[in-house]
Design a protein around this ligand. Structure first.
Ligand code: MN
Length: 399
């Protein structure tokens, strides 16, 4: 029997709120502890171990420490890069961990043939994720490997991509299960942040979900941390989802439609005064158009004070659908491509200003549409952006 753990989308270092980041890291620690307790033979990390290609020293320290604990227990770790910890040059911090002997990056270096790694109890191969689903072309270009020489040995393929049928929304580009190499017993996937476990086209496709939810809606949907422990014997794999619950979540939903900001404040306060705040993550969702005033008139300071009085763990609010009547505008556009939509919106909203307003707006949109280059620091990127915008606006320097 071979027993292994499958983690994905840990996004270590991803939360910018300290109370949430500490939960994400503590979940990772718990998962590693569970792997040791369960005496798994090895651990798979199917991409997005880190939230970006250059994680902070603190994040790296914890990751290295935990992988070292696995190593000391004789538990191997196989990893691939995801769309977040991948970099176009191919250099990632996973290489540092690998060179230190803490994990084995099983991603292919070259195209065409899968690079198959053979160990005593498993053969394993993988393809790293890339930005915007670019890995799918690489996967489609793979030759089907001949795995028959490995007999009954457990065969695993690690991928960081979206398999057709698993898409959380139809914006995501996917690859059909029939288009990925066959013959493996277990397809260890990462990328979509949901739990998915299905046999498609004779392939056992498993997404364990993110190790810890990465944002408000994932917290609402998943609530806690998740990974998979699987067992292989007699040619069969049995998959068991593991849950790690360190802090419970509680959702408070308030409908603000047609109400004044004071009423909305007191409704939220009323909900906050009920039980169940202490130690919990509170997900506060307020939606609707106020009868008057601004959204900032809802007294979130007072609400935060009540939350602190009850010693909640973290208060997260989602007010993206809370609107003030003064700013509610809607524009009907008929154009279908992005540039035409932008032009139309600008035209319809054109205030009484000088001559070439739409020309200027289009230039500004282009000016803002630049991306940070690989290896570029935030401050260099910021000054490049500022310079470009200043030039478009024809001003010497931006404040
Ligand atoms: Mn991810």
């Amino acid at each position: 029997m071979v027993k292994f753990a499958h983690l994905a989308d840990c996004h270590l270092g991803g939360w910018k709120i300290p109370e949430m980041e500490s939960l994400s890291l503590a979940t990772f620690e718990k998962a590693i502890e569970a792997c040791v307790d369960e005496k798994v033979d090895f651990v798979l990390i199917a991409g997005d171990f880190f939230d970006n290609a250059l994680p902070s020293i603190d994040t790296l320290k914890l990751a290295a420490l935990k992988l070292k604990e696995l190593k000391e227990k004789g538990i191997r770790c196989y990893i691939i890069a995801g769309s977040h910890d991948y970099s176009a040059s191919g250099k990632t911090f996973l290489d540092v961990l690998e060179n230190a002997g803490l994990c084995k990056n099983v991603s292919n270096n070259s195209e065409g043939d899968l690079n198959i790694i053979e160990d005593t109890d498993v053969i394993i191969a993988g393809i790293s994720g890339k930005k915007v689903g670019m890995e799918q072309e690489v996967i489609r270009g793979l030759n089907s490997p001949d795995l028959s020489k490995f007999g009954n040995k457990l065969k695993i393929l690690m991928l960081h991509t979206t398999i057709a049928g698993s898409e959380p929304n139809d914006m995501m580009k996917s690859i059909g299960a029939s288009e990925i190499p066959g013959g493996f017993d277990y397809y260890a996937l990462g990328h979509i942040h949901k739990v998915f476990n299905r046999n498609i086209d004779g392939k056992l496709i498993v997404y364990p979900g993110p190790l810890y939810p990465n944002n408000f809606s994932e917290l609402e949907e998943l609530g806690n941390g998740k990974f998979v422990i699987a067992e292989y014997s007699d040619g069969k794999v049995i998959v068991e989802l593991q849950n790690i619950l360190l802090r419970e979540t509680k959702t408070i939903e308030i409908n603000a439609e047609g109400k004044g900001p004071e009423i909305v404040t007191s409704e939220i306060m009323g909900a906050m005064k009920k039980d169940g705040i202490a130690e919990r993550i509170i997900l506060l969702r307020v939606a609707g158009t106020l009868s008057r005033g601004k959204t900032s008139d809802v007294d979130f300071n007072e609400i935060k004070k009540e939350f602190e009085r009850q010693k909640g763990h973290c208060l997260l609010r989602n007010i993206s659908k809370l609107e003030s009547p003064e700013f509610k505008t809607s524009v009907k556009v008929e154009a279908s491509n992005m540039e035409d939509i932008e032009k139309e919106v600008i035209n319809k909203n054109q205030p009484l200003v000088k001559t070439d307003f739409d020309g200027l707006m289009m230039e500004l949109l282009k000016g803002f549409d630049i991306e940070k280059m690989e290896g570029e620091t935030s401050s260099t990127f910021e000054s490049r952006l500022r310079e470009g915008i200043s030039r478009i606006l024809g001003i010497g320097e931006m404040i």
